[in-house]
Design a protein around this ligand. Structure first.
Ligand code: ACO
Length: 380
C-alpha cells in the first residue's frame, strides 16, 4: 500500500507561475508593465486601432488591410442579431437578475440554435466565432433595452462594432469622443494571457466541448469580483466614499480590517498595469466632460493611498469603472462590457487550443483519509 507514503508534490496555490499552455496571442510582462498582442505593444495600438482590427489580429495573426477590415467588419455587423427565442429569454429574465447571469444564460442558450451547433471543424468554428462575438454584444445591448422599456435595436451597417454596440445599448448613435473611447476600451480588454476566464475556456474546449460551452464557462469565471466583477465593485466603492476628503479614512479602514480594495492588485503585474495607464487618461477626460470630476479625483486619491500603504497598483478594472460611468453605462453592466471585448480573446484561445489539443486534466493532492470502516445505512 503506497497511499499516504508516496512523496507527493505540494500543490501550487492558485496555480501561480504554472505554465499551463503555449500561446502566440498575448504576452503579459508583469515586471515591466507591458502587454503585447501578437507581438504588438498595446501602447502602440491603443487609440490607433479599432476593436475589429484587434480581433482580426488575434484571430488571424495580422492586422487587416483596409479591404480585409471592411469585409471583417461587415461580417461581424451582419451577425449582430439573435434568434427570437433568445430575445424572448432575455425579455423574460427577472429584471433584477445579475446581467452577467443573464448574459451567461443567453449565450449558453444560443448554442441550441446555432446552425453549426455540434460541429467543431475549423470552418464551423470560424463561423461560430463571428456569431458569438457579435451576439454577445447584442445580448448585452438588448438586455439593457428590455430593462429600460426600449425597443430592440438592429445594428447599423454604416457603424463599426463599438459604435453599433453603444447605439444598440443606448438607443441613440454615440458621439465621436464616446465612440473612440469605447472602441479603445474594447481594444484594451481583448486579451490578457491565461487569465482565469481564459483558462476556463481552454480547459472546456480541451474536452472537445464546443465554442458556446467554452464562452459560457469563461463568462461564469469572469463574473467573480476577483476577476472581471471588480469594476462594478469599484464604482460602488467610489459612490460609498462620496468625496475625496473621505478617501484616506475609508482606505485605511478597509486595509486595517484586512479587506481588499477592488480594482487593485494583479497576479502578474508587479508594477503599473499598462491598460490602467491608458484608462486613467480617458477617465480624466471623460469625467471632466460629463461633470463627474469628483469621481476621478476620488479615484486618484485612492490610487495614491493604496500605493503608499500597500505598494499595490490599480488594475484594468479600476479606471474602466469611471470611464464607463462617464459614458453613461450603468454599473451593473460593467462586467458585461468587459465580456463583450474579452470574447475575442477567449475565442482566439479556444481556437488555439483546438488546433493543438490535449485534454487539460491536472491532478490534486489528496489530503483525506484512507481505510475507513464502512457502516451500513441502518447502523449509522
Ligand atoms: N487590496 C488589498 N490588498 C491586496 C489586494 C487588494 N486589492 N490585492 C492583493 N493584496 C494583498 C494581499 O492581501 C496579500 O497581502 P499579504 O501578503 O500581506 O497577505 C498580497 O497582496 C498578495 O495577494 P494575493 O491574494 O496572494 O494575490 P493574488 O495574485 O492571489 O490575487 C487578485 C490577485 C485576486 C487580483 C488580488 O489582487 C485582488 O483580490 N484584487 C482585488 C480584486 C480585483 O481588482 N480583481 C480584478 C483583477 S484584474 C482582472 O481580473 C481583470
Amino acid at each position: 500500500m503506497v497511499f499516504g507514503k508516496k512523496k507527493r508534490k505540494k500543490p501550487v496555490r492558485g496555480l501561480e507561475g504554472v505554465v499551463a499552455a503555449e500561446t502566440s496571442l498575448s504576452y503579459v510582462d508583469g515586471v515591466n508593465g507591458k502587454l503585447y498582442y501578437r507581438g504588438y505593444d498595446i501602447d502602440e495600438l491603443a487609440g490607433k486601432v479599432s476593436y475589429e482590427e484587434v480581433v482580426h489580429l488575434l484571430w488571424f495573426g495580422e492586422l487587416p488591410d483596409r479591404a480585409q477590415l471592411e469585409d471583417f467588419r461587415s461580417e461581424l455587423i451582419a451577425e449582430m442579431r439573435l434568434p427570437h427565442q433568445v430575445d424572448e429569454l432575455i425579455r423574460l429574465a427577472p429584471p433584477n437578475a445579475n446581467p452577467m447571469v443573464v448574459l451567461r444564460t443567453a449565450l449558453s442558450a444560443l448554442g441550441m440554435y446555432d446552425p453549426d451547433g455540434g460541429k467543431n471543424s475549423e470552418a464551423a468554428n470560424r463561423r461560430k466565432a463571428r456569431r458569438i462575438l457579435a451576439q454577445v454584444a447584442t445580448i448585452v445591448a438588448s438586455m439593457h433595452q428590455a430593462r429600460s422599456g426600449g425597443m430592440i435595436i438592429s445594428a447599423d451597417k454604416s457603424m463599426n462594432f463599438a459604435a453599433n454596440f453603444l447605439y444598440m445599448f443606448n438607443g441613440k448613435p454615440p458621439g465621436k469622443l464616446e465612440r473612440s473611447v469605447f472602441d479603445t476600451l474594447l481594444a484594451l480588454h481583448a486579451d490578457h494571457g491565461l487569465a482565469a476566464s481564459t483558462f476556463a475556456a481552454r480547459a472546456t474546449v480541451s474536452t472537445l466541448a464546443g465554442l458556446h460551452s467554452a464562452i459560457t464557462a469563461a463568462l461564469a469565471s469572469l463574473k467573480g469580483p476577483l476577476h472581471g466583477g471588480a469594476n462594478t465593485k469599484v464604482m460602488e466603492m467610489l459612490k460609498q466614499i462620496g468625496g475625496k476628503e473621505r478617501v484616506k479614512a475609508y482606505i485605511d479602514g478597509m486595509l486595517a480590517s484586512g479587506q481588499r480594495i477592488m480594482g487593485f492588485g494583479h497576479r502578474v503585474y508587479k508594477t503599473e498595469d499598462p491598460r490602467s495607464r491608458h484608462l486613467r487618461q480617458y477617465s480624466q477626460k471623460l469625467c471632466r466632460r460629463a461633470g463627474m470630476e469628483h469621481l476621478f479625483e476620488i479615484s486618484k486619491r485612492i490610487e495614491e493611498r493604496v500605493l503608499k500603504k500597500k505598494g499595490i497598483h490599480p488594475n484594468v478594472d479600476f479606471y474602466s469603472a469611471t470611464v464607463q460611468e462617464a459614458l453613461g453605462i450603468p454599473k451593473e453592466y460593467f462586467t458585461c462590457i468587459f465580456s463583450v471585448s474579452r470574447t475575442a480573446g477567449w475565442i482566439a484561445h479556444a481556437m488555439e487550443q483546438f488546433r493543438d489539443n490535449r485534454l487539460i486534466r491536472p491532478t490534486s493532492k489528496y489530503i483525506g483519509g484512507f481505510n475507513k470502516k464502512f457502516v451500513p445505512l441502518e447502523k449509522r
